[in-house]
Design a protein around this ligand. Structure first.
Ligand SMILES: *Cc1c(COP(=O)(O)O)cnc(C)c1O
Length: 354
């Protein structure tokens, strides 16, 4: 079946092991994030075998899968809970990330009903402008949460390089550690997790400049694609090629490089423009925007170039292809984070693991 995504689990497992050791050698207990692969069973099991004790995802549906695959492991809800999903959060998440008192109150009362203690990490916004309480509000939020029944404050955390693209540095991560110390002293509590961000914080760990006091990182992309995400650098001794997308040629013809006729909008409402390269050898591959974020694909074959895509068609310039192609030939692509996310979510793409 094509299109299909080949998943090399031993490579991902290797990456996961390297990163866990890097964390542990620096006093950090990492969470491994499963959202980019939708809690794929084979990958998830490999993470547990490597020794990760906390699995994190942004969807409660995926946490439910994680619980069934790995009953002994702690599940972490990364996205702030919706007030409409509080009972399943209490049922399937051991820990959740939070920034709203209204939601925390709802979690508390549901935890009381379920006779469970639910752990929370309070998120602080240190500049990236996605989730988190403002630093000046942290103390009053913590004070209030401490009075809520059946909630335990497991820590505080920050998320960076997601919306605003803010790079983790000594300033923002230093501030997080400072805030944690302040909270611990003020309320005489100890915070288990001082959660210093995602794969974008790894470069600090690699450079040995991560502020002392950070005790947790939440790692997704680095594990599956072998990259830190602050600067997009490859991480030493990890694989970047654990995924291979394969799709099949359904048309192969020599055609013009510029459409004929008056040019209006394309299928997605954009006004396309073209460079006249004369005649070219063009291949249509049976995959499209319905399946994948096309901008995140890189053809494996030298001399093959993506020139466009619609819902179900990907168009390639194969004029310079380094091997003989025909209708039916399978073309391979490497994927970035966005492409991987869409491929794992598409029901039209078969997933095959080795
Ligand atoms: C997605 C997510 C992560 C993991 O991010 P990566 O860049 O894939 O490591 C960590 N924390 C939160 C809150 C997230 O939403």
């Amino acid at each position: 079946m094509y299109p299909r995504l080949k998943i090399d689990i031993p490579k991902i497992k290797h990456n996961a092991k390297v990163l866990r050791e890097l964390c542990q050698n620096n006093g950090i207990e990492p969470m491994v994030v499963t959202k980019v692969h939708c809690a794929h069973p084979g990958i998830t099991k490999a993470m547990v075998e490597v020794g990760y004790t906390m699995l994190a995802d942004s969807r409660v549906e995926n946490l439910k899968v994680l619980k069934s695959l790995a009953p002994g492991v702690k599940t972490v809800l990364l996205r702030l809970p919706m007030v409409s999903e509080i009972n399943s959060v209490i049922e399937f998440a051991d820990i959740s990330l939070n920034s709203e008192l209204k939601t925390l109150r709802a979690l508390s009362s549901e935890a009381v009903k379920a006779n469970k203690v639910h752990e929370v990490i309070i998120m602080v916004d240190l500049g990236d402008l996605r989730e988190g309480v403002l630093p000046e509000d942290l103390e009053s939020v913590v004070k209030e949460v401490l009075s809520m029944q059946n909630l335990a404050i497991a820590g505080i955390g920050v998320n960076l390089t997601c919306y605003g693209g803010v790079i983790p540095d000594d300033n923002n991560l230093g501030r997080l550690v400072e805030l944690a110390k302040l909270i611990e002293t003020k309320f005489n509590i100890s915070l288990k997790y001082i959660s210093g961000g995602n794969s974008s914080s790894l470069y600090k760990l690699i450079d040995n400049t991560l502020p002392k006091g950070i005790t947790n990182l939440r790692l997704g992309e680095a594990v599956v694609l072998g990259r830190e995400t602050a600067y997009g650098e490859k991480i030493e001794n990890t694989y970047e090629d654990a995924f291979l997308l394969e799709a099949q040629i359904i048309e192969l013809k020599e055609k013009d490089s510029v459409p004929t006729g008056k040019i209006g909008m394309d299928a997605f409402g954009n006004n396309p423009s073209f460079i006249d390269k004369g005649k070219m050898k063009r291949a249509i591959v049976a995959i499209g925007r319905q399946d994948v974020r096309v901008e995140g694909l890189t053809p494996v074959d030298a001399g093959v170039e993506i020139i466009g895509a619609s819902s179900d068609h990907l168009i390639l310039d194969v004029t310079g292809a380094s091997r003989a192609l025909e209708v039916g030939t399978v073309i391979g692509f490497r994927v970035d984070y966005g492409a991987l996310l869409s491929l794992m979510t598409s029901k039209y793409v078969e997933k095959i693991s080795e």
